[in-house]
Design a protein. Sequence first.
Length: 566
Amino acid sequence: MTMQIYNSDVTHPCDRHDKNIRPIFLFDNEISVSRGLTSNQPTFSTCAVRAVCKSEGVACCSARTYVVNKANMASSTLLTALLVLCALTAHGYCKRPNIIFLLTDDQDLTLGGMTPLVFTKALMESGGATLNNFFVNTPVCCPSRTTLLTGIYTHNWHVTSGPACMHMGVTNSHFEQSTIGVQLKKLNYTTGMFGKLLNPSGMAPYCKKDSAGKYQPLPGFDDYTAMCNDNRYYKNIFTKNGEIFQSGTEPKDYLTSIIGNDTIEFMERALSTGEPFFAYVAPHAPHVPSTPAPWYAERFAGLSAPRTPSYNYSAVDHHYVIRSQQPLTTKIAGEVDELFRNRWRSLLSVDDIMINVVDLLKKHNALSDTYIIATSDHGFNLGQLRLPSCKLQPYDHDIRVPFHMYGPKIPAGSSFDFVAGMVDVSPTLLSLAEGSPLDTMDGKSFANLVTGGNKEEQEARDMHMIEYWSLGNVIRYEHYIDMPNNTYIGARLINSTHNYLYAEFYDGENVVSFDTPLEYELFDLSKDPYQLTNLYQHGDTTSQAVMKQLKSFIHSQVQCKGKTCQ
């Protein structure tokens, strides 16, 4: 669409700063301007600008802009033109970027978890940006996803009674209206969700009939295929646009294939309309049982889980859950190796999703207008510190996860060392969508740090909050990987001079007052990258100032809300 308003006296905001000049927008981002004008017609200077149609409250995107001097045009004509343009903008002619968010389940970074994603890794590392110091705030499924979906720390969702999803109070309207899908719909996005949103207890309101005999729709999503169960890759139960269906046992029923196919169908419909869309793509892979697709079942034969320095390591100076671990037996080590292979095999199907997603974007010439973000809800361990599987600990193999970004304004092949976390994701998504993070969000957008925008709006952080409430006695492969005394708060500090992990451990699953720690841990990862030596237990005096700083940080953060967290 091209709209020109001619006047013999044309001024442009690039040439003069006149507050009486109101910008008139052409909505094509790539506008070809005819130069065959007669001498008595106006000439136009152009620049990319942004403005707000204040009369309609509509934010406009970047476009080539032409401005007519208000003094030489009847005010009624100008006002009419502005209202028409604002109305067009409100109906989607000022298109925001598409956003595809890929969230894997239990995908580690430190143990080579990105290796099977050959296509995704190459796309992101060569064409996009890598965040080298991205961490989850809570290394377990439902709490981490709660923080991701809302930009709010888990301590602000923590409940000690009533319905909960791993201590998170998410079965209420406050949570529903705080989620990223709801916020993006307010920005006129078409939204879709495919895969695992929350664990089954968090999905109960949408997977069971209400008092009227109906299934509640998934808030914030126009189209969805959301898992009602977990921990299996066939015979899954889904809520699909208000209806329940169960998959079978045939190859076509493979969980990741269903998620991928429904994602592609949603994108095809959204791309055909030209409207901006948000696709939340959340495969269950590589979560246990890590069942691979039958066509990948023989891949990676002979590989073993990485034998890092912390593998089967007896950490007698760590907190109780860790120092009480028994050595991994040969049998259990073999089972862990098979789990490792299946995790990689299951991730091959996730890479297939990304191949098809990018092919579809290219087909519609939409790749350059689309942000693609890939991360995981937390990491994993495979024998580290004698923990045979799972997550739940404050160490890097559980909290450091991949984070890649691709899209408009993101420098190809770039990497960033600033510290960011799961609590920052929703604010960042809103910024990328040309919206504004909510004041109620605890996290901060890091979009400008990656896209090269106004960096004054986002000062890079070097500290990151970690918090976890024990799930009680949890056993995996004959090992206790969680106990009631495994509740903790902690922090990661990373800058040009420091690289530390600090944590305090508490007893009880419903701790709300963090004033009587049972145990402390402090690690200098610049010297001890596998967190083998707890400096606190060895009377290290050189790190006392750092520990004091981190202690002050976590005790302020664990009580914060909204802007006070930033």
